[in-house]
Design a protein around this ligand. Structure first.
Ligand code: LLP
Length: 875
């Protein structure tokens, strides 16, 4: 509530509205803009509209410059002209003389560049600024034609670039800043044109009257400058999403709309990677306490985010989890730096001399690590090499990357530290390179490998972003705002899709009929299992695929997998007995036994039964050598890294109980020889629910390195763990990429075969859990839908925080409109099947379907509370 600078007397009549490129590129959006402007006029405000170039034009202008250098610009010019003429036609406005003048200017400048064979920064700024001059010419005419009396203003008459002594001439043209103190002269220029004025974002003029640019994303900044100069009552940034969200909603549909943020929080979120608002535009609004609204042009009714002065609450609240990718780490190591005067000053001088701005810093007695933000620095290999060479004069320097910085933003962030344990446990094996807590207590940032970033965002968001009673900050989720369309948002991400609708949509009637006389059941679709078998058998690089039966031991599934051409992998005598009992014609040679800390008698039984036994502990060979005499064995190795969807399922690395360290390979070879056993295979399984396809080729390569110790090896088993998307529309596992990456590994192995050992991939999508609604409950702000079975049937949500899509199968055709948590009847607070889900309204007796439950569902069920878990049925 304490202003930094006293606000001058406001002239509340001005509202500044800013529209981005997408918003000004179609008739539909311009009609919305017209309505927005008209509404402000009706409530008595004058409107200054600041907008960007037509979408794509800024990039085309860059291309035009490049083409002009090669004297091949006519085509690029033609495309730019055509785009603007098409927009004029769509909006029904004439191609004005002014617009023709802009086309002519572009042509002249391009011809000049072709002639000179070079582009000065001055010329570049002039050309890049033309996009806004052209688009606003069209926009002003459209609004005038709507009867809004719009006038066009050249922004360069009002926005003047500051003289920045430290800045290079280049920055002066391409990333200028302007003074934004309230400005009576500017106000009268605009007011003389008013009450509706259209002007350009992104451009200003320098002291010589030359065009300068405010840097990429500069239109937001232009609008904020104008708002401050006019002492506007309100600034509205209209974009293509309804405000700022608690995470990127395009990858996390449970991200929540942020209704109110302090300027400081918004600044942190914008800086920490959210792209909706340019970080630089917040300062002018903040300094003069102008309320700043972020809204969606195509959906004004969805509301948005209001940036305003901080609230006085001191309850900790995480409002957003942001990610920035492409971050480079520089680690500087020097045993002598402790207490050494000036080390940091010298090191930072090196960054300065390379024109690099440092983002985060962490220090210890012997190490200083900093991050370089790709947005603030151009970081190609040559630049980094030159930096390293200079740093090496001071210390041992190393570049690490690509990394991601993941930031928690909110208020009193220190207060949530104790809740972070579970999310960070994932990083036992993966490194957290740097943790940085901002002095303002608004931000806590972790720097991790880029490949781990998205997962950390999901985990932290799930765990920490929760609405608090009486706090209006967190609004509805993206899913709620856009309903069923939200799934499509995720589907729009790049990469292979899981594609078709899940099988149970088509078989709804059958499923409901099955539930007529039951309260809960797992139902499996064998066709899906067969399809997955065929996909795995088609892998070129893989000679044998073993099904890790622990994922689902239903006899029909085991038979289907065997009939589908797969071998079977078991981890207990119970599993071994099951497969021989239920799979007709199964040969012992098609079965792999991979126990962990099993009793001696199980090894003895399995060896007698003739299955392939895997040893994953040297002590077994030391203590029971006679057991293995004359037998062929596999060794399970630990390549030293683990992966997985949750730390409970990471099975490689220093803290995992599985496998033999690769450093112990020579000793393992000696012990096997002493026992009289022949090592014929090497095995590794580093974790479960993995989507990084490189994982298996990396494992294969590290096992291949051990072959020198084991001349009798015939096969390398690179384990299972293939991820399965946990929600509709999510990106699926890229089997083709896996095959491509395994092929060179396979080729290098010569006569040694490559084996794969997945469980989940074969069965997860084949199974659903159906359960009847028992009760619904409203408790304070929380809505619950209770079902007949819970963690006693499906423990994955409680144990791993796993996500399973849930729908109301009885009312599948109705829209999902209610935000509820789905819970079971077990007396544990962890007995959740899904939190904050958007569901069709549910009533007692309805059947809910919990999707992707075919793996690690029934096999992990229990009789806890003496409640029978769901029975298993085959369709
Ligand atoms: N091979 C070995 C030696 C394994 O330990 C496992 C799984 C697999 C293969 C198969 O992994 P998959 O392809 O299914 O990811 N209950 C957890 C998963 C535990 C996996 C244990 N080992 C879950 O529900 O996510």
């Amino acid at each position: 509530m304490r202003p930094v600078v006293a606000a001058p007397s406001p002239s509340p009549s001005w509202v500044v509205v800013k529209f981005g490129g997408t918003s000004v590129s179609s008739l539909r959006n311009w009609q919305n803009i017209g309505r927005i402007v008209a509404a402000h006029r009706q409530s008595g405000s004058s409107v200054l509209l600041v907008h960007s170039a037509v979408s794509g034009i800024t990039d085309q202008l860059e291309k035009l410059l490049a083409a002009a250098l090669a004297d091949t610009h006519p085509a690029a010019l033609g495309a730019i002209e055509a785009r603007h003429r098409a927009l004029c036609a769509e909006l029904g406005v004439d191609v004005s003389a002014a617009l023709l003048g802009h086309f002519a200017t572009l042509q002249q400048v391009a011809a000049g560049v072709a002639l000179m064979g070079e582009i000065s920064d001055r010329t570049r700024a002039r050309v890049m600024g033309m996009g806004e001059l052209m688009s606003t010419e069209i926009g002003a005419r459209f609004l005038a034609a709507q009867g809004l009396g719009a006038q066009w203003l050249d922004a360069r008459r009002v926005l003047r670039a500051e003289d920045r002594e430290a800045a290079t001439a280049r920055a002066g043209y391409l990333s200028a800043t302007c003074n934004f103190a309230p400005d009576a002269a500017a106000s009268s220029i605009v007011a003389a044109l008013g009450p509706v004025v259209v002007t350009q974002g992104f451009i200003a003029a320098d002291a010589h009257g030359d065009t300068v640019l405010l840097g990429r994303g500069g239109s937001d900044t232009s609008a904020a400058y104008f708002a401050a100069k006019l002492s506007a009552a309100r600034l509205e940034i209209w974009t293509d999403v309804p405000g700022m969200f608690s995470a990127n909603p395009r990858s996390l549909p449970s991200a929540r709309q942020l209704r109110v943020l302090s300027y400081e929080e918004a600044q942190e979120i914008a800086t920490a990677g959210a792209k909706v608002l340019h970080p630089r535009c917040i300062l002018p609004a903040r300094q003069y306490r102008i309320p700043l609204h972020v809204l969606a042009t195509q959906a004004p009714e969805l509301g948005g985010t209001l940036l305003t002065t901080a609230s006085d609450s001191d309850a900790s609240l995480v409002k957003a989890v942001c990610i920035k990718k492409g971050v480079t780490l520089v680690s500087m190591e020097s045993p002598g730096m402790w207490h050494q005067v000036g080390f940091l000053a010298d090191a930072f001088q090196v960054f300065k001399s390379h024109g690099m701005s440092v983002d985060l810093v962490s220090t210890s007695e012997t190490n200083v690590t900093v991050t370089l933000d790709p947005q603030a620095n151009s970081l190609d290999a040559a630049v980094l090499d030159a930096l390293l060479a200079d740093l090496e004069k001071l210390c041992r320097a190393e570049i690490l990357g690509p990394c991601a910085s993941v930031s928690l933003v909110g208020r009193n962030i220190r207060g949530i530290l104790h809740r972070l344990g579970d999310a960070l446990a994932l990083f036992e094996e993966q490194r957290i390179y740097l943790v940085s807590q901002a002095a303002n207590d608004l931000n806590l940032t972790f720097v991790v490998d880029e490949s781990q970033g998205d997962r950390l965002v999901d985990e932290l968001h799930d765990m920490l972003v929760r609405p608090v009673a009486n706090d209006a900050a967190l609004g509805p989720t993206w899913e709620q705002l856009f309903g069923a369309g939200a799934g499509a948002v995720k589907a729009a991400t790049s990469g292979p899709e899981s594609g078709a609708r899940a099988w149970w949509h088509e078989r709804r009637a059958e499923l409901l009929a099955l539930m007529a006389k039951r309260d809960s059941a797992y139902v499996y679709d064998i066709a899906t299992v067969r399809e997955r078998c065929a996909q795995l058998r088609a892998l070129q690089a893989v000679s044998r695929v073993y099904y890790a039966i622990k994922a689902n031991t239903h006899p029909d599934i085991l038979r289907a997998v065997h009939a589908g051409g797969l071998c079977l992998e078991c981890v207990s005598q119970g599993e071994l007995e099951r497969v021989f009992d239920v799979v007709p014609g199964l040969q012992a040679s098609q079965v792999l036994f991979t126990p962990n800390f099993a009793p001696r008698a199980e090894y003895a039984w399995a060896l007698r039964r003739g299955v392939q036994v895997t040893v994953d502990n040297l002590a077994v060979l030391k203590s029971w050598p006679e057991l293995f005499r004359g037998h062929e064995i596999f060794l399970r190795m630990d390549p030293g890294v683990g992966r997985g969807h949750h730390h409970h399922v990471v099975t490689g690395g220093a803290h995992s109980k599985f496998g033999i360290r690769v450093e112990e390979a020579a000793e393992a070879a000696q012990l096997a020889e002493a026992a009289g056993a022949r090592v014929v295979g090497l095995h590794a399984h580093v974790g479960s629910g993995v989507f990084e396809v490189a994982s298996w080729s990396e494992v294969g390569r590290s096992l291949a390195l051990l072959l020198a110790h084991f001349p009798s090896v015939r096969a390398i088993d690179v384990g299972g763990g293939l991820g399965v998307p946990d929600r509709a529309g999510a990106v699926g596992f890229d089997l083709a990429a896996l095959d491509r990456q395994l092929q060179p590994v396979r080729a290098a192995l010569g006569g040694v075969e490559l084996w794969l050992e997945p469980g989940r991939f074969l069965v997860a999508e084949a199974g659903v859990l159906l359960a009847r609604v028992t009760q619904t409950k409203q408790k304070g702000a929380s809505s619950y839908v209770g079902i007949a079975t819970g963690m006693n049937s499906l423990i994955r949500p409680a144990l791993y925080g796993a996500h399973h899509d849930i729908v109301n199968l009885s009312r599948l055709d109705q829209p999902a409109t209610e935000l509820v948590s789905v819970v079971g009847p077990i007396c544990e607070s962890a007995d959740f099947l899904g939190r904050d889900r958007l569901l069709q309204p549910a009533g007692e007796g309805d059947i809910l379907l919990i999707a992707t439950a075919g793996a690690y569902g029934a096999v992990m069920a229990s009789h806890y509370n003496l409640r029978e878990p769901a029975e298993e049925l085959i369709l």
